[in-house]
Ligand binder design. Structure first.
Ligand SMILES: C[S@@+](CC[C@H](N)C(=O)[O-])C[C@H]1O[C@@H](n2cnc3c(N)ncnc32)[C@H](O)[C@@H]1O
Length: 208
């Protein structure tokens, strides 16, 4: 890595630390009053929700590889759209446990992720996948394998893939129960991502 790239990286890390510390102070002074949290929201604010992301523009700047900065049972609902696939398995496990912790007993975790089985089907059937391959930097060769490299690596952004069964499995393993597919919900889900999304709802046990 060049000296310039190294100093940019260090500067970025230092900025992230400062922004995360500022978020922590803000949360201490003014804990959230709303009971719904969107994690990996992108740079957005939403009425009735706390948004959290590792980017400026969300209510809380936070790297979710660290424990989430909220007390136990702080939220009734936690939502994430196209986020879990960005975490390596070890970080994913910790994140799901953290989501469970900050939900109240009986609270709901609403998830949307890309459905890897759509891409695998397209590869096996050699069908036209052009409608799936919308993020052009991740389409590299025009070969059938593009469709698998696209969804599994996404230009180095994706770390873990899901179908309906393993999404439910990993959520159950973290302590959730009644993990079931759900329909597109216009209140929370993105119509623009519907073509490739798998939706699930999981519950925190009442007794937890
Ligand atoms: C594909 S985008 C999805 C954004 C939005 N939820 C949507 O559906 O359009 C993934 C989001 O996860 C966030 N993200 C990825 N890793 C993260 C981490 N370790 N901590 C916090 N946010 C992270 C990214 O910054 C990005 O906003």
């Amino acid at each position: 890595m060049s000296a310039v790239a190294m100093s940019r990286k260090l500067l970025g890390l230092a900025q992230s630390r400062v922004l995360a510390s500022m978020s922590l102070v803000k949360l201490k002074l003014k804990p959230p009053v709303v009971r719904q949290l969107e994690i990996g929201s992108g740079p957005v604010r939403k009425d009735g929700w706390v948004t959290l992301d590792m980017c400026r523009g969300a209510d809380v700047f936070w790297d979710m590889r660290r424990p989430l900065p909220f007390a136990d049972a702080s939220f009734d609902r936690v939502y994430c759209s196209h986020v879990l696939e960005h975490f390596a398995h070890r970080d994913l496990k910790r994140l799901l446990q953290q989501v469970l912790r900050i939900l109240r007993p009986g609270g709901r975790f609403l998830v949307a992720v890309p459905d890897a089985s759509l891409y695998i089907d397209a590869y096996l059937k050699r069908s036209d996948a052009s409608d799936l391959l919308r993020y052009r930097p991740a389409v590299v060769s025009g070969q059938p394998m593009d469709v698998l490299n696209y969804i599994f690596y996404m230009d180095d952004q994706h770390r873990f893939m899901f179908d309906r069964d393993n999404l439910a499995h990993h959520c159950r393993e973290a302590g959730f129960e009644r993990c079931a597919p759900r329909a597109f919900d216009p209140e929370v889900d993105s119509a623009a991502r519907d073509y490739e999304s798998l939706y699930m709802v999981c519950h925190k046990p009442e007794a937890a």
